[in-house]
Write a protein that binds this ligand. Sequence first.
Ligand code: OOB
Length: 543
Amino acid sequence: MLANCKPWPEEFASLYREAGCWEGLSFGGMLRDRAAKYSDRTAVVSGDRRLTYRELDARVDRLAAGFRALGIRPLERVVVQLPNIGEFIEVVFALFRLGALPVFSLPLHRSSEIAYFCEFAEAAAYIIPDMHGGFDYRALAAEVQSKVPGLRHVIVVGNPESYGFTPLEALDQEPVAHTKVDPAEVAFMQLSGGSTGLPKLIPRTHEDYMYSLRMSVEVCKLNESSVYMAALPVAHNFTMSSPGVLGTLYAGGTVVLAPNPSPDEAFALIEKERVTMTALVPPLALVWLEAAASRNRDLSSLQVLQVGGAKFSAEAARRVKPELGCTLQQVFGMAEGLVNYTRLDDPEEVIVQTQGKPMSPYDEVRIWDEDDCEVVVGEEGHLLTRGPYTIRGYYQAEEHNAKAFTPDGFYRTGDVVRMTEEGYLVVEGRAKDQINRGGDKVAAEEIENHLLAHQGVHDAAIVSMPDDFLGERSCAFVIRREGQLTVPAIKAFLRERGIAPYKIPDRIEFIEAFPKTSVGKVSKKALRELIAAKLSGAEVARV
Ligand code: OOB
């Protein structure tokens, strides 16, 4: 396995192989197989482009040749920052076929995050669109390249203009033979939602991820007549594999890439392409529910709406079937591995009230109290998990791994859950220092560190505050040094540092001193209570 990654211990690897979880299939091999089986069926729809399985496979061969000619070698990392366009699928399969490793960043990441991924992963190349959502990614890439001299290539989907970057189309070359890719090797890296100062990279292997696709396809009952629409960013683990874009290709179905998830665009695509399944985060599901009655669109093809990434309230969940006319599937997953689904034929109450149960019989789930002792069924506790598609460690993060995993390999998810008698999980809260902003994860420490870089900031602590729409938003409590420091100045400073817009605190409160816990640490609980009380208009005690 790639250096600085933690493989499964041999006894587990052979167990997962013997049990038939890991089948020795690589992504390049999977696509080749599907191209033979479903050759003239539509694999991908993106804007006016439609690609059959055969066309996709051929284009992937050509791009893989181009990447190789450019000097990209097996196991080298390539940061991919593309929106929901067909080229995303072509590029990542080309890298898979070559054995090079995409590092999946999100379209909203900015220079500070991208430079870090490129530097930390020692990326050989970075792939961007020219423009997207009114933002010029070429200017971002130029900034990144000036900060990371080791980054050899910037590849642009579209027009590189005068930046001197490589256009993707220059990589469309005569196919060549590649060395066989080992299915037990790392295939790509996902980003962790994180709770620490710097985002962690999650190495996923071909065969562990392939197994998660196979199980997802089975649980979600996908087949070659399924039409899956990617409405959320395609690089997110949910959209990619639960069952998502890759699961749909695994099943021989059709992937429709929605440029954005707004009801106007998405409903039109559902009607036009007869979409059968799609996935949303809770705030978008609320927007769709509001829009469904007033938009005159035929959504009758939609059989399943998945909602996940953050807790979906039971009240909203109950509205999905009557108002959108499809089955709701709750999905509680994580890029580190474990994915829980409500089953399509579960009773209404299970679908509405729970976040599902693990998809594989080989998923091991533990719910522990503060002292790492198992709680009784029905009690709340910390969720830990281990299994055939859950990583054993983050990339190059030994110190953090020692805390995030138990010595026998269980991943501490940081989620507080309880299990029902039937084995379903209900997410009750979170122990990790993270804000879940409607599915977008913000690691408190990462943003606190950015704030501390301002010379007018003495100390900073970020907590979540309740929000009707997003579930949570972020609030930064800031202790100022001498002098004038305003909220707009802080926000401008953070933007200037180049961080994703959703990480900029929604609210900034100045405070004289932080409330402390009995052991003298900043009490985030007290800060959360303080801001919640303030928002609800209650009398606030002085701290
Ligand atoms: C998905 O993956 P990540 O890596 O962005 O975030 C994982 C975390 C979980 O640990 C949990 O804190 C939260 O997101 N989460 C949920 C949830 N789904 C995820 N919290 C409550 N209810 C849910 N349904 O978010 C992800 C990956 C694959 C499939 C679906 C979601």
